[in-house]
Design a protein around this ligand. Sequence first.
Ligand code: 13P
Length: 284
Amino acid sequence: MPLVSMNEFLPKAKANKFAVGQFNMNNLEFAQAIVEAAMEEKSPFIFGVSEGALKYMGMEFTVALAEAAAKQSGLPIALHLDHGSSFEVAMKCIRGGFSSVMFDGSHYSFEENIRLTKEVVKAARAMGVSVEGELGTIGGVEDDISVDEANASLANPDEAIRFYEETGVDCVAIAVGTAHGMYKGEPNIRYDIIEKVAKAIPVPVVLHGGSGVPDESIRKAIAAGVGKINVNTENQVACTDTIRQVLNKDANVYDPRKYLGPAKKAMVEVVRSKIRLFGSSDQA
Ligand code: 13P
């Protein structure tokens, strides 16, 4: 199966109250682990690729990995730019073979965010590519983007509804109290904001910063109207912790497959448990 836009599965997620996982892809092992877990669970999913990860892997390898996963698995898989910072980078990804893009205009004024997001939607639509927009500022660290607590700001639900109506995006990321990276305490998620926005618009709300959010909070967020959940850090931690363990145990290991193999296995476990929690098993 070729890569698909998120519209292949997000409307169904919204209607049937489950969420599709965006699992960030950082290298070959991430791609393989994510698709392996999704095949076991027969689940659709989204490969998220940040600008930093794209720089690291290069456009051709990134698209080739995602296309190989889609071809081998037969699953509906979207290849999605995560937090695209400009119209130009979104277009570069669409031209390169991405089937979905996020335009993160949250650092612009509300009106400018609407204007720029609309331009991305217009161009993406013509290519059958789906678009995610963002409103409010999500805290934490994600690659080169770092937002401290003081500068993270929750989305205003009325503005989020107007943002959707004016831009026509396929899903809306709104800042509701989660953050990128692992949490020190428990996140204080504003389910009321999710519910108000999700009730008023026909597309799902996106929850960023899915790593380390307690299972019960994830269930409540999905019930309130979240239909896409992003996870990156938990896989990074599983991968690196495993590699550290293997190398600490045996200083003579030099074959990368000896530590990347177990690291991949650890990521399969993470992705499988998230897919089950999100309720997207057997939805492919
Ligand atoms: P985590 O790294 O906290 O899982 O967040 C991922 C994310 O939201 C990507 O946009």
